[in-house]
Design a protein around this ligand. Structure first.
Ligand SMILES: Nc1ncnc2c1ncn2[C@@H]1O[C@H](COP(=O)(O)OP(=O)(O)OP(=O)(O)O)[C@@H](O)[C@H]1O
Length: 802
């Protein structure tokens, strides 16, 4: 229809025709049941035909020429049959009406038909013209149709391809649909499951809600806690800062203290020297004083003798004076009597002569007595002079004595002062030493290289061990050369092969002293078989200058105990010794009733369970603990233990220790004057030698021993590595050795490790392993040593080893 309108000719008749067609089509639709066949044969005017059909009633009269009829006019093609049918219809209708009316109507109808025919003819002319136009149009349309057809074909092809594609899509969609159906089923399934889950989830949600509620409450309290923790954190931060400041101050203090320590050490040496000279001076003064005292005593005796002599003389003199005075009085009375007699009585000359003789006698007696008095006076004067002299010498002696006394007192006070200074210096040194160790907070490591022995790889002159001589590393560094590569290690101290046992002991004596001060001390020797561990710890039996650390430490402990007694300290000492052989503890001091084997059997029956108490003390059940009072007693016990130890011959060592030897001295001190109590422990350990199975040449029991030794030493290194890495779990329980040493390795004790190294070039690999392990140990922080003081001795202290 749209395309027709597009091709519509511009003339009005054609325009009306198209409209008539429209109407006819519309009419046909309206006729409904009375469907009329439309053929291209006879053409009849539509209105006529319609009027015939409707009996001429409902057809409106034609007004004006058909061409001007506007919307009422139209052309429709009727076939002959259609017209006949109409005529028949007309006849039928004719019969229905009466004749007159019918004839009038007929006339009218004929009239109108005539008009119609006229109009129809006009239309026919128009129609021919229109037909030509239409022909042209048809051609154009055909052309266009062809174009459209080709276009359509193309479109069809395109559509076909689209259809194919769509089919494919459809198939895919169908597949997809099937899949989705399946998915849907699955989804339904899962939805059912989800429903269950949802129910469960709802239940869970309910419980979770409750939990959430609780958690919220917890959260609130946690928030509060966080708040307080934050506050605490802040405070801790502040505390940390202050600690850091304190630490830096301590570091500077430490530096200053080190300086002071050195100065104090120097002062101490000077004071000790001074003290010894003072002591010499004091002794000579004491001698002088004794001789002066003897002299004084003699002078006093002389003085006393002279005094008594003077008193005697004075008595004699007094007597002589009294005699003289009496005789003078007698002479005087006699003289007056003579004068009286001469004057008054006139006696005979003989009597007078007798009297004169008597008087003369008396006078001569007087004279002699005067002479005696004079002599006595002279004697007295001499005696008094002598007395004065002796008084003088006595005063001199006394002043000398006083002088000496004051100088002695002065010396004594200086001596006391010097001794006090020594005690204070010692205290300060001890404190500084402990502070240094506490600040260091790690296991200290000393390295000792033994001399080359005749048994070592003969004929090999290459030196694998050397010692750097630079200022900063002297005495602290060691270089090991392996395959031409030099590897350097630094430790707290390195002992060269020439170092004597005394040199080594001097370096650890302070540590031993700490045990008496109430610290736990642990010294252990680690190294390859035959590297000198036993030599370092025990020394060579029978040779006093080659005594090892254990006997020397004990001597020092007992000597110091003696010295500290003067300060009010009393010490009780207990010793225990054990060995760990093939992961089994053996009591080396177990009473040996019926021979060594019996003791071993008895030993084996005991449990020897290791336990640590809250004070960090280690207890081994059933272990023999012996009270000791002197180093001799301990030496005896050491000899006894040495006989019980498991030793054997290996390719590396003639007398190889096949077990770990643990010597423990427990020290309990009490000061009566200060009421102070200390508990120290000295653990001295000679570890079994590490060795490669291949190198040790072990077989049978030896192989088993070596495997057990290596296992426990590797446990020791695991513990050290865990400590070095500050891991949360430290595998102390992996071996008896590490569990026994737990307080020493990870606790609060002062620990020192000797790494013994052999200079034998054939042992360079083992030496390198030992040095690497020792370096790791040196870097390992184990906490701050704690002094055990003011503690009441535990009831079970006899079973404690550390
Ligand atoms: N510093 C030293 N001076 C002299 N001789 C030494 C020294 N160190 C070790 N020795 C000697 O080396 C040998 C092996 O020493 P020692 O038995 O102490 O080794 P070890 O490490 O204890 O061996 P093991 O682990 O097999 O028991 C011994 O003969 C010892 O006397």
């Amino acid at each position: 229809m749209a395309s027709r309108n597009q091709n519509k000719p511009p003339s009005s008749p054609s325009h009306s025709k198209y409209r008539a067609e429209d109407v006819s089509v519309d009419k046909r639709r309206r006729i409904g049941n009375t469907r009329l066949p439309l053929n291209t044969g006879t053409r009849i005017h539509t209105r006529q035909a319609l009027s015939t059909v409707n009996g001429g009633h409902d057809i409106p009269p034609v007004s004006g020429p058909p061409g001007n009829s506007g919307s009422d006019c139209g052309v429709i093609e009727f076939t002959k049959e259609d017209v006949e049918a109409l005529v028949n219809e007309k006849l039928k209708i004719k019969n229905k009406f009466n004749h007159k009316e019918k004839s009038e109507q007929m006339a009218d109808c004929i009239k109108r038909l005539k008009q119609c025919i006229k109009w129809f003819q006009q239309l026919e002319g128009n129609y021919v013209k229109e037909q030509e136009n239409l022909k042209n149009l048809l051609e154009v349309a055909e052309k266009k149709c062809n174009d459209i057809e080709s276009l359509m074909k193309a479109k069809e092809d395109e559509l076909n391809s689209i259809i194919v594609e769509l089919r494919k899509n459809l198939e895919a969609l169908q597949e997809k649909f099937a899949k989705e159906e399946q998915d849907k089923l699955e989804a339904l399934d899962s939805s059912a499951r989800e429903k269950d889950c949802r129910l469960a989830a709802e239940r869970l949600q309910a419980s979770l809600s409750e939990e959430l509620k609780r958690t919220k409450e917890d959260n609130a309290s946690a928030n509060q806690k966080i708040q307080t923790l934050n506050d605490m954190y802040k405070r801790l931060q502040e505390y940390n800062t202050s600690l850091q400041q304190y630490n830096s101050k301590l570091q500077s203090d430490l530096h200053a203290t080190n300086e002071t320590l050195k100065r104090v050490e120097k002062e101490k040496t000077a004071v000790v020297e001074n003290l010894s000279t003072l002591r010499g001076h004091y002794t000579s003064l004491q001698e002088q004083l004794t001789s002066s005292r003897a002299l004084q005593d003699e002078a006093m005796k002389q003085k006393e003798a002279l005094g008594s002599e003077v008193t005697c003389l004075r008595g004699d003199l007094q007597q002589a004076r009294d005699d003289r005075d009496r005789q003078l009085l007698q002479v005087q009375t006699l003289s007056t009597e003579v004068v009286k007699y001469k004057e008054c009585t006139g006696k005979s000359i003989a009597e007078l002569d007798g009297l004169t003789v008597k008087t003369n006698e008396l006078e001569s007696t007087c004279l002699s007595q005067s002479e005696q008095i004079r002599r006595l006076q002279e004697k007295l004067a001499f005696a008094e002079k002598k007395l004065q002299l002796s008084d003088k010498s006595a005063i001199e002696t006394r002043s000398e004595f006083e002088e000496q006394k004051t100088s002695i007192l002065e010396l004594q006070s200086r001596l006391a002062e010097a001794e006090l200074k020594i005690v204070e210096g010692e205290k300060l040194r001890k404190k500084l030493h402990n502070t240094i160790l506490e600040l260091k907070g790690n296991i200290r490591v000393f390295c000792r290289v033994r001399p080359l022995l005749s048994d070592d790889g003969a004929g090999n002159d290459t030196k694998v061990v050397s010692f750097p001589t630079s200022m900063e590393s002297q005495g602290r560094a060691i270089d090991l050369t392996q395959n031409g590569q030099k590897l350097s290690f630094t430790f707290d101290k390195v002992f060269v092969p020439d170092a004597s046992q005394v040199d080594v002991f001097v370096e650890i004596s302070q540590l031993v002293q700490s045990a008496l001060d109430g610290y736990k001390v642990c010294i252990f020797a680690y190294g390859q078989t035959g590297s000198g561990k036993t030599y370092t710890m025990m020394g060579k039996p029978g040779l006093s200058d080659q005594k090892g650390l254990i006997p020397r430490s004990l001597e020092q402990v007992f000597e110091t105990r003696q010295i500290l007694q003067a300060q009010g300290w009393k010490y009780d000492m207990q010793v225990s010794m054990l060995e760990i052989y093939n992961e089994t503890i053996r009591d080396l001091l177990a009473p040996n009733k019926s021979g060594f084997d019996a003791s071993r059997a008895e030993n084996a029956a005991k449990q020897y369970v290791i336990k640590h108490d809250s004070n960090g003390n280690t207890h081994v059940s059933d272990l023999t603990i012996v009270d000791v009072r002197s180093s001799k007693e301990v030496s005896y016990l050491l000899d006894r233990a040495a006989q019980s130890r498991s030793v054997g011959k290996t390719q590396m060592n003639e007398q190889s220790s096949r077990s770990h030897f643990v010597f423990t001295l427990r020290i309990m001190g009490f000061n009566e004057s200060t009421d102070q109590q200390v508990q120290g422990v000295l653990n001295l350990i000679d570890l079994a030698g590490s060795e490669r199975l291949s190198k040790s040449g072990s077989t049978g029991d030896r192989l088993k021993e070596t495997q057990a030794i290596n296992k426990s030493l590797s446990s020791l290194s695991d513990v050290i590595f865990a400590l070095a890495k500050k891991e949360e779990h430290v595998p102390y329980r992996n071996s008896k050795l590490t569990y026994l040493l737990q307080p020493c390795l990870g606790g609060d004790s002062k620990t020192l490790m000797f790494v013994n190294v052999s200079p034998d070039p054939s042992s360079v690999g083992e030496s390198l392993c030992s040095l690497r392990f020792a370096a790791r140990v040196n870097a390992c922080e184990i906490g701050v040593p704690r002094r055990q003081t003011n503690l009441k001795s535990s009831s079970d202290s006899r079973l404690s080893i550390g």
